[in-house]
Design a protein around this ligand. Structure first.
Ligand SMILES: NC(=O)c1ccc[n+]([C@@H]2O[C@H](COP(=O)([O-])OP(=O)(O)OC[C@H]3O[C@@H](n4cnc5c(N)ncnc54)[C@H](OP(=O)(O)O)[C@@H]3O)[C@@H](O)[C@H]2O)c1
Length: 398
């Protein structure tokens, strides 16, 4: 992150937005932000997988984009029929989604789930777009490739923790790599629904229990990732990549209330924190409008009543996912892609009842341990590592 924050939006024309993953949790919340701020934002492109065509068609009718893309070409006839001759260009397949990602606009929001989002991230950055990144997986697996393409100030975090870190860093004045005032980044974690349980208790957890997150309502993959703390592991890698800070200076604290979204500790002993009730519309609105704040984006903390916030160290024995992510991040190259890919397969196996809850991180550890790390110098290398890890994780969870 870099670039000077503007004090005032000079031109009042609405920002044009390309929204990828529009039918998902992030996508629908982003459209809610747009709907309530038509003077600030207008949608020019929508993209989704193709699993929820009726919803996608309703979004097209309501927001009137120039283009709509679906990853699954088989979904096109149903979409065409549902759109009933509306003047919108329809694109299909992964290439169609990539074309929507590169569509001329002021900001692209990538809200696709998982490693699939990499192509869109690369397409948006290659086209020189500003990218609001919810799809952390693409940054994590594409690491050096994504960073090389992202011009200064063009990669904006949507994850609430990284949005918080960006806000805390900017609160202390312009921030750049090697900022000597910063001692550490403190990423907060809700601890998920199983905070306080030991490994034996965790082995008994069912998919239904794991899908009920105590503070956030999100898509299924990230909800399971939050329960295993794999999501926090991915976020530590994301923080390292976004803010150019070594792993030893990134801490994780468990904060079950999910109100303090992360903090920055400065060398003079001061810590700056960002607080707001858990609501993704705030970081989404901030990323779409960066560096402006969108009034009323989400409710604020009610400062007229008492609050108790707690912060505890992470139990690395019960939840080894963060330590494992740190070591994959430190190995660098293709290791984070392998961590992520193995996780995606294991989450599916867990949801289908083929793998116990604790088996998710155990299996990721085995796959990462077997991997010969390569430098991740090309997309092909990253995708090959991703594919190898998926195949190996499938074998181990068969
Ligand atoms: N949800 C949150 O609160 C939250 C918070 C922080 C970060 N994130 C991150 O944001 C991303 C999205 O999470 P989510 O919870 O919104 O996921 P989600 O609810 O599962 O939504 C995923 C979206 O991606 C679309 N999609 C699937 N495959 C696609 C493809 N090949 N090309 C284009 N679109 C495709 C889906 O479309 P169809 O289902 O219609 O096929 C859907 O619109 C993830 O990376 C997650 O880690 C989410």
């Amino acid at each position: 992150m870099s670039g000077e924050p503007a004090r005032e939006r000079a031109d009042r024309a609405p920002r044009s937005v390309a929204l990828l993953g529009s039918t998902g949790s992030i996508g629908t919340q982003a459209l809610d932000v747009v709907a309530r701020n038509r003077d600030r934002f207008r949608v020019v492109a929508l993209a989704a997988g193709g699993g929820r065509i009726e919803l996608l068609a309703r979004q097209v009718a309501e927001f009137g984009p120039e283009v709509v893309a679906v990853a699954d070409p088989a979904a096109v006839p149903a979409l065409r029929e549902a759109l009933a001759g509306r003047p919108v260009k329809i694109l299909a397949g992964p290439e169609g989604v990539a074309e929507a990602a590169a569509w001329p606009c002021d900001v692209v929001l990538n809200g696709v789930t998982g490693a699939l989002g990499l192509t869109s991230t690369l397409a948006a950055l290659e086209a020189g777009r500003v990218l609001a990144l919810a799809n952390k997986e693409s940054l994590i697996i594409g690491g050096p490739l994504v960073k090389r393409l992202a011009r200064p100030g063009r990669l904006l975090p949507v994850d609430s923790e990284h949005s918080a870190l960006a806000q805390c860093l900017w609160a202390a004045g312009p921030y750049g790599p090697d900022d000597r005032r910063v001692r550490r980044l403190v990423v907060t974690a809700s601890g998920g629904p199983f905070r306080g349980r030991n490994r034996a208790e965790l082995a008994e957890v069912t998919p239904k229990q794991a899908l009920a997150h105590p503070t956030w309502s999100m898509g299924p993959t990230i909800t399971i990732n939050s329960a295993t703390l794999v999501n926090k592991g991915l976020e530590v890698i994301e923080a390292h990549l976004l803010f150019d800070i070594e792993y030893a200076r990134i801490s994780v604290m468990v904060h079950p209330q999910s109100v303090v979204h992360s903090m920055v500790e400065y060398t003079d002993g001061s810590t700056i924190a960002q607080a707001s009730p858990p609501d993704m519309r705030l970081p989404i609105a901030l990323a779409l409008g960066w560096p402006e704040r969108v009034p009323g984006a989400a409710p604020a903390v009610d400062w007229t009543r008492a609050h108790t916030w707690t912060f505890d160290p992470l139990d690395d024995e019960a939840f080894p996912a963060v330590a494992l992510a740190r070591s994959a991040g430190e190995s660098g190259g293709t290791a984070p892609a392998v961590y992520n890919a193995a996780n995606e397969v294991c989450v599916e196996a867990f949801l289908q009842g083929r793998l116990p809850f604790t088996g998710i991180v155990d299996t990721i550890a085995s796959v990462v341990g077997e991997h010969d790390v390569l430098p991740a110098s090309s997309v092909e290398e990253v995708l090959a590592a991703d594919e190898w890890a998926r195949a190996r994780a499938r074998e181990l969870t068969a």
